[in-house]
Design a protein around this ligand. Structure first.
Ligand code: NAP
Length: 354
């Protein structure tokens, strides 16, 4: 085990193979007890499996819940973490703090107490995890309920599940909290902002934050694919205009965005669509010197970089880092502030969980 505190902070002491790899890149982790003095031990209650990963497990299992559970159990048994070998992705967990090591230095983690109900905001792809038993599989919300334990390193991120927000909704918000936090940094008063995929979870948070930051002189528009979701957006006070289009059709979608912005391109385009092939609609909608923020995991670096060059678009292309300091609190506060946002998300997500 490395004694170097930098390495331990990053969790290298829990890596089995290949040696010297960071936990996320490692094939296998050691999830055995006891937890060390610089670790947090969590009694795990449920795993929110990443959407792409859950779909892959479900497809391999032919949709059978028992087989899905067996597949997930076998991955965790072999790897000591939940990292889907096909998609490479993980998810996040909910559990109760069992112990906080006396050598934890991270001030957010240090404030946790045994018994606190938390969600971890670092991926399951780097979290040592042991599952004793999967007790329930909930495909509608891509969640599994488990009995087991997980370990958080000193570099980890976790937030207490707020008492005033329904758990399902809080999780939905925490899953995408990097996007509204970056939106708050990027949007200045008076800006023209377009959100591609605006009717989804992260899209709604970004739209509200963009309007808050751009103010009455700014213009915030949403592009949404389905007519039903586009119609829901039209009723929101923080959305100035809604375009219903397919963002994979770059020319039509960008023309419609510019029309909605009074014939001008956007200062900032936020891409939160969950499908591939929407890079060029985003780039073509952005003004020279403006920024395109790709939060979508379906973004291709090559398509964005070569595509921008190919149309001589001098725009800043930003990768959607899921972490920004203060991201969880900012996002939960958006839910607390806006009954419009909260009711719509409750409608979309809580009905799914029933
Ligand atoms: P979501 O709720 O499913 O929203 C995605 C939205 O994209 C939906 O409103 C969907 O519309 C829309 N869309 C689908 N196809 C479209 C098309 N052809 N043209 C225009 N819009 C289209 O997803 P989410 O949870 O907000 O996540 C959004 C993206 O962020 C995903 O790619 C996810 O992987 C990524 N993400 C990134 C991070 C990070 O750290 N960077 C973290 C979490 C999530 P319909 O419902 O009408 O199909």
């Amino acid at each position: 085990m490395p004694e170097n505190s930098f390495e331990r902070r990053l969790g290298l002491h829990r890596v089995i193979a290949p040696a010297k790899c960071l936990p996320q890149q490692a094939r296998t982790l050691n999830s055995a007890l006891p937890a060390a003095d610089d670790e947090i031990l969590i009694s795990v209650q449920s795993l929110n499996v990443d959407s792409a990963s859950f779909h892959q497990f479900s497809k391999s299992a032919g949709g059978d819940k028992t087989k899905i559970a067996e597949l997930i159990e076998s991955v965790v048994r072999e790897r000591g973490k939940l990292q889907n070998p096909v998609t490479g992705s993980g998810g996040m967990l909910i559990g109760e703090v069992s112990s906080v090591g006396k050598n934890i230095k991270n001030k957010d983690l240090k404030s946790l107490k045994p018994g606190d109900k938390i969600a971890t905001l670092v991926s399951l792809t780097l979290t040592p995890l042991h599952i004793e038993k999967i007790t329930r599989v909930l495909p509608e919300i891509e969640r599994i309920e488990v009995k087991g334990h997980a370990i958080l390193f000193d570099s980890g991120i976790a937030v207490k599940i707020p008492a005033d927000i329904n758990e399902g909704l809080a999780l939905a918000a925490l899953d995408v909290c990097g996007a509204p936090a970056q939106t708050a940094r990027l949007v200045k008063p008076g800006m023209r902002v377009a959100v591609i995929g605006g009717g989804g979870k992260s899209g709604l948070f970004c739209l509200l934050q963009a309007k808050k930051s751009a103010g009455p002189s700014g213009r915030v528009i949403a592009l949404e694919y389905s007519e039903a979701a586009a119609n829901r957006l039209k009723n929101l006070s923080f959305v100035d205009s809604v375009v219903c289009a397919d963002a994979r059709d770059a020319v039509t979608a960008s023309s419609q965005i510019m029309r909605a912005l009074g014939g001008e391109p956007a200062d900032l385009v936020i891409n939160v669509a969950n499908v591939a092939g929407t890079e060029m609609a985003s780039i073509l909608s952005c003004k020279t010197g403006g920024t395109v923020y790709f939060f979508s995991m379906a973004t291709s670096f090559t398509a964005a970089a070569l595509g921008a060059e190919g149309v001589a678009a001098d725009v800043n292309l930003m990768i959607g880092n899921g972490y920004a300091s203060g991201h969880a609190e900012l996002t939960l506060n958006l839910l607390r502030e806006s009954t419009e946002l909260r009711s719509l998300l409750e409608y979309i997500y809580e009905t799914k969980a029933e």
